[in-house]
Ligand binder design. Sequence first.
Ligand code: IMP
Length: 199
Amino acid sequence: MEIVLATRNKKKVEEIRRITTDLPVTVLSLDDFPACPVTVEDRDTFEGNAVKKAFEAALYTGKPALADDSGLEVDALGGAPGVYSARYATDAESGNDPKNYIKLLKDLINIPPQERGARFVCCLALAYPDGRTKTFFGYAKGHIGRESRGKKGFGYDPVFYPEGFDRTFAEMTADEKDALSHRGKALEKLAEFLHSFSR
Ligand code: IMP
């Protein structure tokens, strides 16, 4: 079976190729379909955006397509920034811009340690050209620190402490983060689903 990954992010393509190496699945990327239009991510849930991206790619290519959407939900902010994580600071130029976590630290300045809970969420959506969809969720629970620590990773990693650890995601190796992360957990569920076809 061929699956199109609805992203131009090379890291995500490599990650999915890695987990599907022993499966009868060929992972194509949007580089194989350069004219595929970019989906407008205008839904107010991770699932809504992931399904929209996957379904538009499935319709365009005529093949099953996979897309993801992710972000950070902070308890003390009622779940914000959520689907707006990449542009939480309105002048942030990308989801990697430190302005986002600097704004978060500022917004939480009066919040005590026991109320700084947060979680990363990842939704992976698999869509077929006939309209069928299947979604897989992964979560990473933890809390937001008072200052940034570490230089690895991206986005909010320097301020996020996964539960049970006194290091941020940005102080961990990629393998350590993958084993704990929302994306890693959603990918495990997808791998289990794809494996069930090859048994
Ligand atoms: P996207 O799903 O790749 O568009 O990610 C949305 C935004 O959420 C990113 O731009 C980051 O700001 C944030 N985000 C998602 N996953 C992570 C993560 O693993 N670490 C840090 N920030 C993340």
